[in-house]
Design a protein around this ligand. Structure first.
Ligand SMILES: [Zn+2]
Length: 259
């Protein structure tokens, strides 16, 4: 998006799902029509489109597509679209529910959902983690998924991140040793980078509709109940962890550890 969208100006906005907006439809349209795109960045699951008239903030929720197409070729499945001055269109779709928010140029810090995001997962350091977990007793899995602690880890990747760090999802943060923290940082990077390198997961597409190359074969233990652990060949098990399920190797990721 950064490469493709910088320099384009929004001419027209079509909104098919007003409830994904944070401001009334008229204000959203008035604010961003005529806006020239200056930059596109991301933090966690949010995409920040900076324009000369304010910020367009996108979050696909459980997933979705953002497609750059010819305007006469807009996908049927879309929640909103932007027509640019060069007659290309950007279509945004959510599989379930997502956010399309506007923030004034100088008011980004007042946008609560992005202002409270923790450090970016892919750049996180052991020092960051030590600071964030100090004095906390949360379970390590819920900590990893809590976007205000660390931004950018989703369900699809959390199982392998925990496996790579040899941590049981229900371990509490106060039981993590210095070595556990070091392992966790490495595991976060090792758990996210392959999918980034391969252009995302096989059920996702890029700006041009091309599928990602990260497949089930690249996944180590996630969603692989009954299959052998790639490390020790013990059967991977699916366990209940609070309201969610987790996939673990019971041998590589013991819950009870020597203090
Ligand atoms: Zn194992």
């Amino acid at each position: 998006m950064k490469t493709a969208l910088i320099g384009k100006t929004i001419r027209q906005i079509e909104i098919l799902q007003p409830k994904s907006l944070n401001v009334p439809e008229e204000i959203f349209i008035k604010s961003l029509t005529g806006a020239a795109i200056r930059d596109v960045t991301s933090h966690g699951k949010w995409i920040f489109v900076e324009t000369d008239k304010g910020w367009l903030l996108l979050n696909l929720g459980m997933g979705g597509e953002i497609l750059l197409t010819a305007c006469d070729n807009l996908p049927e499945k879309r929640r909103l679209s932007f027509r640019f001055d060069d007659d290309t269109c950007l279509a945004v779709n959510f599989w379930w529910f997502g956010y399309v928010h506007f923030a004034q140029s100088d008011k980004l810090h007042e946008h609560k959902m992005t202002a409270k995001l923790g450090p970016q997962a892919i750049d996180i350091t052991a020092d960051d983690i030590r600071q964030i977990i100090a004095g906390r007793r949360a379970r390590v899995k819920s900590f990893l998924l809590d976007q205000s602690s660390i931004a950018g880890i989703g369900n699809a990747y959390v199982h392998d991140i925990l496996f790579l760090s040899r941590l049981h999802p229900l371990r509490t943060l106060n039981t993590l040793s210095e070595m556990d923290v070091e392992n966790l940082v490495e595991a976060i990077h090792a758990g996210l980078q392959p999918s980034i390198d391969k252009g995302g997961a096989f059920y996702e597409v890029n700006l041009y509709g091309e599928k990602g190359g990260f497949t089930m074969e690249d996944i180590l233990v996630g969603y692989k109940e009954g299959q052998p652990c790639p490390q020790c060949l013990t059967k991977i098990t699916k366990i209940k962890t609070g309201s969610t399920s987790s996939f673990i190797c019971p041998r590589c990721q013991p819950l009870d550890v020597e203090p």
